[in-house]
Design a protein around this ligand. Structure first.
Ligand code: B4P
Length: 190
C-alpha cells in the first residue's frame, strides 16, 4: 500500500496528473477540492461553510478539512495505494495526516511537488475558467490563491523534506512527459 501526496500551486496539474495515475496504477484518489465542490453542490453544512473561503481564494479552515479527511479515509479504506490530491495544504494538515496514518500503522511514502512558473499557472487557470464555470478561476482570485499557496502551502515541502520523502517534479511540458517523471519516482518506491 503506497500513500502518495501530490501538491503544487493552483493550476500546477495535481488533478490532471492524478487522473492519469489512477488509470495507470489503479490507486484510490482523494481530492479535497473535488470533495468540497461536491459538498457545495449538495448545499451541506460543510459546503455552506467552505464556499465563502473558496470564492475568496482562501483555504478552508484546517479543522473542517481534517474532519472531512478522517471520515473519507474511514469510508474508503484504500487497498493498493492512495493519491492525496490537494491535501495536506498546510503544515497543521500535514501533522494531522502523519498522526492519522501512524494510528493505522502507515505513513506518507512520497510527496510529489509539481513545479510550474507563475505566468504559466495564471494562463492555465484563466483558460480553465473560461469553460469550467469555477467561481475561483478569475484573475483576482487566482492571484490571491497563489499568495496563499506561497504563505501557507509551500512550507509543507520542508516538512516532508525533513522526513526524506519530498520529490520536486518539473511540471511544465506535455502531460505525458510529466506523468513519466512521476512514474520514475513511483518505480523507486517499489
Ligand atoms: P483544488 O481543487 O485543489 O484546485 P487547484 O489548486 O486549482 O488544482 P486542480 O487540481 O484543480 O487543477 P490542476 O492543477 O490539475 O482546490 C480548490 C480550492 O479548494 C482551494 O483554493 C481551497 O480554497 C480549497 N481547498 C482544497 N483543498 C484544501 C485543503 N486541503 N485545505 C484547505 N482548503 C482546500 O489543473 C489546472 C489546469 O491546468 C487545468 O485546466 C488543466 O487542464 C491544465 N493543465 C494541467 N497540466 C497541464 C500541462 N502539463 N500543460 C498545460 N495545461 C495543463
Amino acid at each position: 500500500m503506497l500513500n502518495l501526496v501530490i501538491f503544487g500551486a493552483p493550476g500546477s496539474g495535481k488533478g490532471t496528473q492524478s487522473e492519469v495515475l489512477i488509470e495507470q496504477y489503479g490507486f484510490d484518489h482523494i481530492s479535497t477540492g473535488d470533495l468540497l465542490r461536491e459538498e457545495i453542490k449538495q448545499e451541506s453544512e460543510l459546503g455552506k461553510a467552505a464556499k465563502s473561503f473558496i470564492d475568496a481564494g482562501q483555504l478552508v479552515p484546517d479543522g473542517l478539512i481534517i474532519g472531512m479527511i478522517e471520515k473519507v479515509l474511514e469510508e474508503r479504506q484504500p487497498k493498493r495505494g492512495l493519491i492525496l490530491d490537494g491535501f495536506p495544504r498546510t503544515v497543521a494538515q500535514a501533522e494531522a495526516l502523519d498522526e492519522l496514518f501512524a494510528k493505522h500503522g502507515t505513513a506518507v511514502h512520497a510527496v510529489l511537488e509539481l513545479r510550474v512558473g507563475e505566468d504559466e499557472l495564471i494562463q492555465r487557470l484563466l483558460k480553465r475558467g473560461m469553460g469550467s464555470g469555477r467561481s475561483d478561476d478569475n484573475l483576482e482570485t487566482i492571484k490571491k490563491r497563489l499568495d496563499v499557496y506561497h504563505a501557507q502551502t509551500a512550507p509543507i515541502a520542508e516538512h516532508y523534506g525533513k522526513k526524506g520523502v519530498h520529490h520536486a517534479i518539473p511540471g511544465s511540458g506535455a502531460i505525458s512527459d510529466i506523468t513519466a517523471r512521476i512514474g520514475e519516482v513511483i518505480d523507486t518506491l517499489g
